[in-house]
Design a protein around this ligand. Structure first.
Ligand SMILES: *Cc1c(COP(=O)(O)O)cnc(C)c1O
Length: 391
């Protein structure tokens, strides 16, 4: 039996067959079960902020699991309180902010939907081509009909609007509870919002008494060159949802509220058994502490700039999108899956969110060595795809 046979037989058919079986990681590298080494420029979809097996994360998890791993939300723990304070500070939510802990991005979005419901208004707006997760509430917001349709009926009252300020203005009204929006649409292929969108969205939602909820699940934890993607604009949202990169590999998600939105959910209205347990919050504290002390937010700006400027001139490359170390490469032909396969052959992990886009989301720890190796391998993958694609 190969791992492929085992996978086909044992894993739910909801996932397609993976391209490799990975057994080990270190820094920006992973190894498969045949001993092949890969440079990981996907980082578990923007999750492994510190790369693999980072000593700070290993030490924090090891120490915490030997001390106190889980207690339920009937009890407070020091790592949970420390993480809530750190998230309030880094997000700018400050002393008026509050944090709800769940275990994934989708769960953070579910909490945000419940927050929105507490305004007493029935409608929620999200963008076409957005991605907010796969649980039924989060899926209702996700702006991709092909993902939603097999599971309808979903949550009523959701409108998927075009990503323009005009569309937002015309959809807005006194029945709108919230706009939920990603600063950069990662799953759509790393698609930037129109310039000025978030600032306009802030004004329009505030004028109508609706919440502005920002999905920072993929863009958070320093990835775009700010702690959170919305911080590239001079705005204060009502809430943000974080997950992926704040945990560096442990399952965690959180809803962070700002200002008056912090009073919407009251005792008994939401909860999760694992949410904010000491094991994962100790891990997340270690990850965020390391991002801060090692200057990895700044590193995302520098490395992202290096990569984007070189990628811009490579064969098949039509445009380069995104910010920092969340980079979308728009191709001039629908050969992204071929490029991903060629890259894997050369020992480089990248990802194709769709047929004409490549997503790059390497660990935030990459330096000159990894950038050079990436450029070399990615260039070869594009060159061989260009020649194969034409035949
Ligand atoms: C990954 C992602 C989600 C869903 O997070 P899960 O942890 O997979 O539930 C939601 N929104 C965005 C923007 C994401 O990138």
């Amino acid at each position: 039996m190969t791992w492929q046979d085992d996978y086909s037989e044992r894993i739910m058919k909801s996932a397609s067959l993976p391209s490799a079986e990975l057994v080990r990681g270190e820094g920006a590298y992973v190894w498969d079960s045949e001993g092949k080494k890969y440079l990981d420029f996907l980082a578990g979809i923007a999750v492994n902020s510190l790369g693999h097996a980072h000593p700070a994360l290993v030490e924090a998890v090891t120490r915490q699991i030997a001390t106190l791993a889980h207690v339920s939300n009937y009890f407070a723990t020091p790592p949970q309180l420390e993480l809530a304070e750190r998230l309030r500070r880094l997000s700018g939510a400050g002393e008026r902010g509050r944090v709800y802990f769940g275990n994934s991005g989708a769960e953070g979005i579910e909490a945000a939907i419940k927050l929105a419901r507490r305004t007493g208004r029935p409608r929620i707006l999200s963008l076409q081509n957005s991605f907010h997760g796969r649980t039924m509430g989060a899926l209702s917001l996700t702006g991709k009909a092909s993902l939603r349709e097999p599971f309808e009926p979903l949550l009523p009252g959701v409108s998927h609007i075009e990503s323009t300020i005009e569309a937002l203005e015309s959809a807005m009204g006194p029945d709108v509870a919230a706009l939920v929006v990603e600063p950069i649409k990662g799953e759509a292929g790393v698609i930037d919002l129109p310039a000025g969108y978030l600032a306009a969205a802030r004004e329009i939602t505030a004028a109508h008494g609706a919440l502005l909820i920002i999905d920072e699940i993929q863009t958070g934890a320093g990835r775009t060159g700010r702690w959170f993607g919305f911080q590239h604009e001079d705005i204060t949202p009502d809430a943000i949802v974080v997950a992926k990169g704040i945990g560096g590999g442990v399952p965690i998600g959180a809803l962070i509220t700002f200002g008056e939105a912090s009073d919407l959910l009251i005792a008994g209205q939401h909860g999760s058994t694992f949410g904010g347990n000491p094991l994962v919050t100790a891990a997340s504290n270690a990850v965020l502490r390391e991002i801060e002390s090692a200057g990895l937010v700044e590193n995302a700006v520098v490395r992202g700039g290096q990569i984007s400027s070189v990628v811009d001139g490579l064969p098949l490359v039509d445009e380069v999108r995104g910010r920092g170390l969340l980079i979308g490469v728009g191709l001039s032909a629908p050969v992204a899956p071929l490029v991903v396969a060629e890259a894997a052959r050369l020992g480089l992990i990248i990802n194709a969110p769709n047929d004409s886009s490549i997503r790059l989301a390497p660990p935030l720890i990459i330096g000159d060595t990894e950038v050079s190796e990436f450029i070399e391998k990615f260039t070869s993958a594009l060159q061989s795809s260009a020649s194969k694609g034409i035949q």
